[in-house]
Design a protein around this ligand. Structure first.
Ligand code: SF4
Length: 317
């Protein structure tokens, strides 16, 4: 039997994509980069070999289940997003999955990629049928690239930059470039000036500036200053926006501490919402919001016992 929750996840809400359902065809955590800021943790298999990691028929069966879902048929979702815990273009069948979704669902298809494999003609071709591609780019000098993205040794930066440019030139859908700034790694005036010059010629609809907001793979990956982000947004011009403003950062760090507190308690034993609220000193409303999100993400399960709801962490077995 297919473990659909392994391939499909969500729906999740994000400020950028709205409500989206995710498709993850890459085992945790295979990637062509090992970014110091990755919130998925350290890359366990650093690779640039495109391959079939989950048998194609299993993924297609999951996509067929997804296409039949109410939210997809009724088009209450903003996107179906191919992303997940590693780099999705490593899957050699990604083009097939995009075409399948376009043929069987009315919901636009988005792909979130680190851009590395856009240096390969087949990977560029595979994404052409998507509606939206969100490629990332954090560096335009070898030194910054090697220190922040820690790429596979077989990935020359020049090939990545040329591949991204070529893809943007050919792609007819929307492209939102994401740039993540990390203090001391890619936020120097010299690096940002070179990056701005590269972006000037890039055919993208938006440039979304981001910084470290979730727990990073390395503790030394720190957020860039807000002034640096603002100055870089001004330098890029009207296509640029900051997607992690101070309020978002503050809200996310509050949520992060609530999540980790709840995870520790719910691992030990089941709790009611009121118990969590009392022990953690947070309002019932805040607790429910985060609990609901964790439940949707498949992390927490709820049971009804003697007239009250009990929550516990789901077993990962
Ligand atoms: S490219 Fe994305 S998934 Fe891969 S290491 Fe970097 S942040 Fe993590």
């Amino acid at each position: 039997m297919i473990n659909m929750t392994r391939i499909l996840y969500g729906p999740l809400y994000s400020r950028r994509l709205g409500m989206s359902l995710g498709v993850d065809m890459i085992p945790y955590k295979y990637c062509s980069y090992n970014c110091i800021y990755c919130h998925e943790g350290e890359t366990t298999l650093l690779t640039v070999e495109r391959s079939e990691f989950i048998p194609r028929d299993r993924v297609l069966e999951a996509l067929s289940t997804l296409a039949g879902q109410e939210a997809v048929r009724g088009r209450t979702l903003d996107y179906i997003t191919l992303a997940g815990s590693g780099e999705p273009t490593l899957d050699i069948n990604i083009g097939l999955y995009i075409r399948y979704l376009k043929e069987h669902s009315p919901v636009p298809v988005a792909v979130i990629t680190n851009s590395s494999l856009l240096s390969e003609e087949e990977a560029r071709e595979a994404l052409l049928k998507a509606d939206l591609v969100v490629p990332s780019l954090d560096a335009v000098t070898e030194e910054a690239f090697r220190s922040i993205n820690r790429p596979h040794p077989g990935l020359p930066l020049k090939d990545v930059l040329d591949g991204l440019k070529e893809f943007c030139r050919r792609f007819e859908g929307d492209v939102w470039l994401e740039v993540l700034l990390c203090r001391g790694y890619n936020d120097s005036t010299a690096e940002l000036e070179k990056m701005a010059a590269y972006i000037e010629d890039l055919e993208v609809d938006k440039v979304q500036l981001n910084t470290v907001a979730r727990p990073p793979a390395e503790t030394f990956a720190l957020p860039a200053d807000m002034e640096t982000l603002v100055a870089f947004r001004e330098r890029i011009g009207e296509r640029a926006e900051i997607i992690e403003d101070e309020q978002t950062l503050e809200r996310e760090s509050l949520e992060m501490s609530l999540r980790s507190g709840m995870t520790a308690l719910l691992r030990r034993r089941a709790h009611t919402r009121d118990e969590l609220s009392r022990v953690l000193g947070r309002s019932g409303h805040e607790v429910v919001k985060v609990l609901t999100r964790m439940e949707r993400e498949g992390l927490v399960e709820r049971s009804h016992v003697k007239g009250r709801y009990l929550y516990r962490m789901k077993s990962t077995q």
